[in-house]
Design a protein. Sequence first.
Length: 185
Amino acid sequence: MTSFRCLFGLVLMAWVVPVHAQDVASGPAKGEKVPALKVFDATGVNKDKDVDYAAERKDKPTVYFLIAAGKFDRPMNRFMKEFDKTVKKDFDDTYMVAVWLTDDVDKAKEHLPRIQESVQYEATALTVFSGDKTGPKDWNVNTDAHVTVVVANKGKVFETLGYNSINETDVPKAVEALKKARAAK
């Protein structure tokens, strides 16, 4: 009976321990050219304009967040805010583009400036993809991912990270990917 309790306890512990790491394959393949990314910029350097950020950022280090709009929450915001602070402080040549994937583009266009007013991102554009909520063509967004993080430099994808759950404790992994992307020749 004691061994059954121990086994049951181990099974129960494994069941309740949350998975907290990259947990969904999502995004373009590593080494591939960054696909076109035509979005409406609601808050960034191209505010109130349609822009292809992949073309605009071309050879510059860039981190893209493809966000299932209905899954954006405080922990994801804490991740983005902490990453934004790190980029602003340590990587002045890097910019981040957060892309809302939604079926209500007009609502997102109204909502994103309010998020910016509240959070005050300094190195991140809040944008919305005007097409299907499954994301831009060739970005291979997994619809199970709450957020897909794509680290790019010199027009190439260096890392893709898909998450169902994310918060500020995930920033070091993304920062490490950004450091490697920036160091690549």
